[in-house]
Design a protein around this ligand. Structure first.
Ligand code: ATP
Length: 966
């Protein structure tokens, strides 16, 4: 099939990723709703606050246009109880000057002539002097709203003064104005009665009225200008948090890595995100402006639509770029909200500072303005200030599109215009976007790999001819020097032969057309790092995970890589897929080197990978996953539909094709991962534990699929299921401790590393142990006879036995006697009471365990790892992990001059580590058997009567040939 490449592939990938982004947003409706419509709630809130403030000032005419102001007549002296805050008993007024009878009569006239309410004398208090009044006011606060001080200068001059409590107080949202409520009535009454007294006309009078100026309605408070920056920043934060969350989730769940492995172009990835976010930003800004107009804010109605819309669009777009940049530093999607909250708080504070005039005033240095403008919320605050200033009064016309480059109407300083703010927002958006891509490259990805800090200075990077060299560890971590790996010649003849074949092919330049992947000397050392964190220094040691792998993977074959946990299988696979850089050596996949970036990009077109853990979007269906990965691989768009349908049929997911992967069972997810790996007929398929979590029926189905996929491609499979390896593989390699320990077909491995053949003899009759005593005795006789027969002919004793069956392990060296032996045994079946004889090779599991034990033994020898073997007889000895034959120190006697030994049985625990499961009966150590040299240093030190552990003597298994041990 011809796959797309170049620009058509880029476009196809872009379309598929854009669709994926759309589907993810569509499925996450609540988040998308908030992203698009959160502005409505904030505009509604601003509207509510605006209305509340207007209502608060409703008593004033400030918000109304007044052309013909109405006079208001000054009120009489009010009862003191009408003061908002007063202490009872209270006085309507107090006065001084009561030594003068004339003043006395003026005060009495004030009380008697108060319009509509003569004041009783109990509500008035008189004093001789002003000082006495002050003393009384001081000791009786809040008991009188005002005081009058009269002084009779001479017959024609009476002077007076007024004191009022001028502190304005409010009650239920209404302010009390002490001047108009108490001072003016007292003043009018005092002047009136003084005038009457001086001119001697008791009815002399005049009217005083007050009028405000005629004035247009004022927009005294601009809610948008004052609280708008904070609220619109909050609106943008919804987008911000969701964008960081989406980007980081793809990194965190290795989804991006999976797409990269399948050949995703970085450019398609970024382009799809920025386009999608650009569209959502455009729509949400449009809604914001429309909601503003709907609520009839002058800000939105008077300023040109284009001016306001462009401001919000560019601001939100800028915040998107900012989110992209920050996402490079965040590795957990759950941290997105924290990052968003932090930016909001910082933005809120800097906007507050901006609202106070910093730094957009001519008095501030230019560089303050430049630094301040790098943070988008500050630019928004300034723009909102300018635009709301341009609509602060009814007469202001706002900023039109053509006037965006001019100073805003009420901006006297004119340090920055709306157009300047647009330019800043666009420029910094590109800056954030470029930084986002840069940081994404130089900050370690999920596999701990990054590009060098100055990678962009390498011309080869831009020409696409390499320059994609990667590094391991963070920027702030010092990678220690990688210690060289010692070159070890394989012990195993097959592994050595494979190594020599590969070396020969390389030396002679032989290109074997049957070979799909040629791995030569591939080694991977995870470097030790020293991370300098905030308060601590984290140090890790270098670790040799793969120690020189030489192997060919043939076309049309399945190579199964087995090995205990931590053997280095996944590391080797990650090197092949380009996730992890190799330390030494190389691999050629269909001739393309994994060490070259061009080679790697060609390899990505050839491979399909089913990773160890399912890498799927919970919200996308199986069909959508296959469509996406088919497009990433570059399958022609016309064929995608039929190919994906077939893939789904193959893995029996047709019925669940449209169900979201999040609701798939573990087995269904694995099947989908296998289908993704096989889509587009890759030439090399890498399946890392593909059948984990599958039930036996589904597992068999997947085995069939894998078996069929072998045609035309090479498959590398890792598994912990020996049955799977046995059934599927053409060749098996078992790795342990980073090295290939054995290689060959399943039969070859069994015959070379298994302990031989397993014979299973079952007896007829009731052998359950419930049989009558005479029958029981007969079956015991049969059993003893068969045991003797095996002992006499093959020199083996049963490995397992009960009344119903006997199991014997027959070593390979007795293979020549077996034909005659079993013929005779079959002939004498009736005589021995045998119902069934089964003969088979030992299992792959046994081979695996033997190899694992051997590797553990080697590493224990190197590292000196010991475990305690407690014998059934009660003694304890320390033995290296994996040791099979162990001599017990201190058991030497005349009868057994070399002492006693046991065979130790090992099994693997849940974590794959070896642990002791039991031991054989004790037998004398044969004279020819020697301890293994590498363990001699701590073997056999007999400590009877001394402190400290007793170390067992590790004996060489190749020298032991005792029937008890087979
Ligand atoms: N990034 C890393 N840094 C340091 N050591 C690592 C890193 N990744 C893996 N290792 C170590 O390398 C060794 C091999 O790991 P690997 O995952 O390749 O084993 P495996 O054979 O695939 O095991 P499993 O069967 O459990 O998947 C392990 O000891 C592991 O701890």
């Amino acid at each position: 099939m011809n796959l797309l490449s170049g620009i058509p592939l880029l476009l196809e990938q872009f379309k598929a990723l854009f669709k994926k982004n759309f589907l993810l947003s569509w499925r996450n409706k609540t988040a998308t709703f908030l992203q698009l419509f959160s502005s409505f709630f904030f505009i509604l809130l601003i509207f509510g606050i605006n209305e509340a403030i207007k209502a608060r000032y409703s008593a004033t005419t400030a918000f109304k246009s007044v052309t013909d102001p109405k006079p208001s007549i000054a009120s009489p002296i009010l009862p003191c109880e009408e003061k908002f805050y007063v202490k009872l008993p209270c006085f309507d007024f107090v006065w001084s000057g009561n030594e003068s009878s004339r003043i006395q009569s003026i005060a009495n006239a004030i009380m008697a002539n108060n319009p509509g309410r003569p004041i009783p004398s109990s509500k008035v208090k008189s004093f001789t002097s002003r000082l006495e009044v002050d003393a009384w006011l001081f000791s009786n606060p809040m008991q009188s709203p005002g005081a009058l001080h009269f002084v009779e200068r001479n017959a024609t001059v009476i002077s007076y003064g007024i004191q009022t409590n001028s502190t304005p107080v409010s009650k239920r949202g209404r302010y009390e104005d002490p001047t108009f409520k108490f001072q003016v009535p007292l003043q009018i009454a005092a002047e009136r009665e003084i005038a009457r007294s001086l001119i001697g006309a008791p009815n002399f009078s005049w009217v005083v009225a007050f009028k405000e100026f005629a004035h247009p309605a004022n927009e005294l408070f601009s809610a948008i200008g004052t609280i708008g920056p904070t609220f619109f920043l909050a609106t943008a934060m919804f987008n911000f948090v969701l964008q960081i969350g989406s980007l980081v989730t793809e990194k965190e769940l290795n989804l991006r890595q999976a797409m990269n492995m399948m050949g995703l172009y970085e450019s398609a990835y970024w382009l799809s995100w920025i386009t999608w976010e650009g569209i959502t930003t455009l729509i949400s800004s449009l809604f914001l402006v429309l909601f503003g107009m709907l609520f009839q804010f002058d800000f939105f109605l008077k300023n040109s639509f284009a001016v306001v819309f462009l401001l919000f669009f560019l601001f939100e777009l800028n915040m998107t770029g900012f989110a992209f940049m920050l996402s490079a530093f965040i590795s957990k999607s759950s941290s997105a909200t924290t990052a968003g909250f932090f930016i909001f708080i910082v933005g809120f504070l800097t906007q507050l500072v901006t609202a106070f005039g910093f730094p957009y005033k001519s008095s501030f240095k230019k560089y303050f303005q430049i630094i301040w403008s790098f943070f988008p919320p500050n630019l928004l605050a300034k723009a909102l200030d300018l635009l709301s200033g341009a609509t602060s009064t009814r007469e202001d016309a706002g900023v039109s599109w053509s006037r965006r480059k001019e100073c805003a109407p009420n901006d006297n300083e004119c340090v920055i215009t709306i157009n300047d703010i647009y330019i800043w927002l666009v420029a910094t958006f590109f800056l954030w976007f470029v930084l986002a891509i840069y940081f994404d490259n130089i900050i370690p990805n999920a596999a701990g790999v990054r590009k060098p800090v100055f990678y962009f200075l390498n011309p080869r990077y831009w020409t696409g001819k390499g320059g994609d060299k990667v590094k391991e560890g963070g920027i702030c971590s010092c990678i220690g020097s990688v210690p060289p790996q010692e070159q070890v010649t394989p012990d195993d003849e097959d592994v050595l032969e494979e190594e020599n074949t590969v070396k020969h092919q390389i030396r002679e330049g032989i290109v074997d057309p049957a070979v799909a992947v040629q791995i030569h000397g591939l080694a991977k050392t995870y470097p030790g790092t020293r991370n300098i964190g905030c308060c601590k220094c984290k140090k890790t040691n270098p670790f040799h995970a793969v120690k020189g792998l030489w192997v060919n993977f043939a076309k049309d074959q399945l190579f199964c890589l087995l090995g205990p946990n931590g053997a280095g299988k996944t590391t080797a696979i990650n090197c092949l897929t380009g996730i992890t850089p190799v330390t030494i050596g190389d691999a050629l996949v269909y001739g393309h080197s994994i060490r070259s970036s061009i080679g790697m990009s060609n390899i990505r077109k050839l491979i399909g990978v089913c990773p160890q853990f399912d890498i799927l979007w919970e919200a996308l269906s199986g069909l959508e996953h296959l469509h996406l990965f088919a497009s990433i691989k570059g399958l022609p768009p016309t064929s995608i539909q039929s190919i994906t349908q077939k893939s789904l049929d193959d893995v029996k997911l047709t019925e669940a094709a449209k169900v979201r992967a999040g609701s798939y069972s573990g087995g269904m997810k694995r099947r989908l991962s296998v289908a993704i790996a096989l889509i587009g007929d890759p030439k090399l398929v890498i399946l890392d534990e593909p059948t984990t979590g599958m039930d036996p029926i589904t597992r068999r189905l997947v085995w069939d699929i894998i078996d069929q996929a072998k045609k035309g491609c090479a498959i590398v499979l890792t598994t912990h299921s020996m049955e799977e390896a046995d059934i599927l593989s053409d060749r098996i390699g078992i790795m342990a401790k980073g090295r290939l320990r054995c290689i060959g077909t399943a039969i070859r491995l069994k015959s070379r590393f298994g302990s031989g053949f397993v014979a299973h003899v079952s007896f007829s009759g009731n052998n359950t142990g419930q049989s009558p005593p005479n029958e029981d005795a007969i079956s015991r006789t049969h059993s003893e006879a068969v045991k003797q027969f095996f002992k006499d002919h093959l020199n083996v004793i049963p490995k397992e036995e009960n009344n119903a069956f006997l199991t014997f392990v027959i070593p390979h060296d007795r293979e020549s006697h077996m034909t005659n032996f079993f013929e005779e045994l079959q002939d004498r079946e009736r005589e021995f009471g045998i119902s069934d004889i089964q003969l088979g090779l030992t299992t792959l599991e046994e081979v695996f365990l033997n190899i694992a034990k051997q590797a553990e033994l080697e590493s224990a020898a190197a590292e000196g790892t010991l475990v305690t073997l407690t014998l059934t007889s009660g003694e304890s000895v320390e033995i290296p992990v994996g040791a099979r034959f162990v001599g017990i120190p201190g058991t030497e006697s005349e009868e057994n001059p070399r002492g006693i030994m046991v065979e130790v049985y090992w099994e693997q625990d849940d974590t794959g580590a070896l642990c002791i499961s039991g031991h054989s009966t004790k037998i004398p150590i044969p004279t020819n058997v020697q301890p293994i040299a590498s363990f001699a240093s701590h073997s056999g030190r007999f400590r009877l009567g001394q402190r400290g552990p007793v170390h067992g003597i590790v004996l060489d298994p190749s020298q032991i040939d005792h029937p008890n041990f087979h």
